[in-house]
Design a protein around this ligand. Sequence first.
Ligand SMILES: CC(C)(COP(=O)(O)OP(=O)(O)OC[C@H]1O[C@@H](n2cnc3c(N)ncnc32)[C@H](O)[C@@H]1OP(=O)(O)O)[C@@H](O)C(=O)NCCC(=O)NCCS
Ligand SMILES: CC(=O)OP(=O)(O)O
Length: 337
Amino acid sequence: MDLISEIVERAKANKQRIVLPEGTEERTLKAANQILTDGVADLILLGNPDEIMSLAKQWGLGNIGKATIIDPTDHPKKEEYAQLLCELRKKKGMTIEEARKLVIDPLYLGCLIIKAGDADGQLAGARNTTGNVLRPALQIIKTTPGITCVSGAMLLLTHAPEYGNNGVIVMGDVAVTPMPDANQLAQIAVCTAQTAKAVAGIDPRVAMLSFSTKGSAKHEVVDKVVEALAIAKELAPDLKIDGELQADAALVPHIGASKAPGSEIAGKANVLVVPCLEVGNISYKLVERLGHATAIGPILQGIARPVNDLSRGCSIDDVYKMIAITANQAIAAKENK
Ligand SMILES: CC(C)(COP(=O)(O)OP(=O)(O)OC[C@H]1O[C@@H](n2cnc3c(N)ncnc32)[C@H](O)[C@@H]1OP(=O)(O)O)[C@@H](O)C(=O)NCCC(=O)NCCS
Ligand SMILES: CC(=O)OP(=O)(O)O
């Protein structure tokens, strides 16, 4: 069974409740219909019910009626959620009037539904930017205990079986923190390794990437990666991790052996941690487009409950896979409680 089928089967075996705030978005609605047809997850669609059902009819989506559809402007728990939001943001000066305006925003409502325990995860971003998807999650659901830096990993299914885990590579951060300091970068490494294990079933071998291998170049940005490596080893003493490594030294056995002799990671890495968001976001899109790899994500990590983002360039198939991944994260979060 391939990796995606395994992820889908895990989701089917333990159905989770996933919120889709962009309930009238075409790719989202079409993927939702397929998820409901295949029995992968229970779905909560946010949007005007008449509009959703009329779009479903227009596009021939016969199973959308199996979803719970919630109208954000007319919702029985609207006031309860407004009170919850106001309480959570009290220290930031939020008033109940401001909270009442925000609860009709589907991205805020979805996170409040999860915070109240009425759903297990959320997926949005086909229409909204990453920042807009993330902000309510950071404000309402907040970070996993022990983590202060949220980040995003990308699952790359490449056509190069000689690298990573039979061509599968997990890369982070590709989505959230523009300029991580050493401490944040260490957290990104630990979280990306956890995601690789929880979602892709990979035994992680983490390379902290740089333009330098083991001191071959001197610069403050290289020093940051070296410092992050030391912190990551303290945070997760059992993690298989090494750095700083150039991408070729991380992936190619004979180059790893010559540039970083004795490293247990060089030439064998399956988790790549990039030094900053610019590198991560640009790299994954180049691997996806020029290398024709399948890029699945960003899979957000470090949030107390799974809230995931899509690239606005996503396909229906991407949305389908990300719903299944969100469900897998929800299952893992419950198992780790
Ligand atoms: C993550 C991001 C949305 C934060 O947004 P912002 O508008 O700058 O928000 P703020 O800095 O006011 O932070 C809002 C809250 O989130 C928290 N936060 C911000 N970044 C965080 C991070 N990386 N990890 C954890 N918490 C974070 C803040 O502490 C703050 O919490 P508080 O309000 O309870 O004090 C922003 O950094 C961003 O847009 N990043 C780039 C995303 C992107 O465009 N990626 C490329 C495409 S995938
Ligand atoms: C992940 C990502 O790059 O998202 P978008 O393409 O929507 O900016």
